[in-house]
Design a protein around this ligand. Structure first.
Ligand code: FES
Length: 167
């Protein structure tokens, strides 16, 4: 679950004119179509990579659907995000080999070092923590992917040092 801020961030699509115009175009093109809520949310997710709470409020007003319905859709489908993705994506492999060889401990340590839970982005927007399935490097379990780098035999005590390379 993402952490959802009630504060409007300066780069939120509802306050950046160019992004807002894009949101409006998506809303206008789809508001009268069947399943408009799902369509609009999917297109906005594709366009911006997330649907923030201020965006949800705006969609709710525009489509005249309750905010609770929008929130329900976003939390039901795991493909939606409510916070932006960080500059670096940290994916901990949770395939069988990685799971049995320490994946959960690696996640615990990453959560502790980054101060976020799986699915969340750090406040400085530097890292998003997630889990992934087998990346095909089982012999090096436990494996963490940071962006496109596959890092094997990860030890919890090395994690802080490892993250320092990704500014
Ligand atoms: S299970 Fe993690 S790389 Fe295969």
């Amino acid at each position: 679950m993402n952490v959802v801020s009630t504060e409007i961030m300066p780069d939120d699509p509802v306050v950046v004119p160019e992004k807002k115009a894009h949101m409006d175009a998506i809303l206008d093109a789809n508001r009268d179509r069947p399943g408009a809520t799902m369509l609009v949310l999917t297109l906005l997710q594709e366009e911006f990579g997330y649907v923030s709470l201020p965006m949800q409020n705006y969609i709710s007003e525009q489509l005249k659907v309750p905010l609770s319905h929008i929130y329900g859709v976003l939390t039901f489908y795991s493909s939606f995000r409510m916070t932006p993705i960080g500059r670096h994506q940290v994916n901990v492999c949770m395939g069988t080999a990685c799971y049995v060889r320490g994946g959960p401990t690696v996640i615990d340590k990453l959560e502790q070092v980054l101060g976020v839970k799986v699915g969340e982005t750090t406040e400085d927007n530097r890292f998003t923590l997630d889990i992934c399935r087998c990346v095909g490097a089982c012999s090096q379990a436990p494996v963490v992917m940071i962006d496109d780098d596959v890092i094997g035999r990860v030890k919890p005590q090395d994690i802080a040092k490892l993250l320092r390379k990704y500014e």
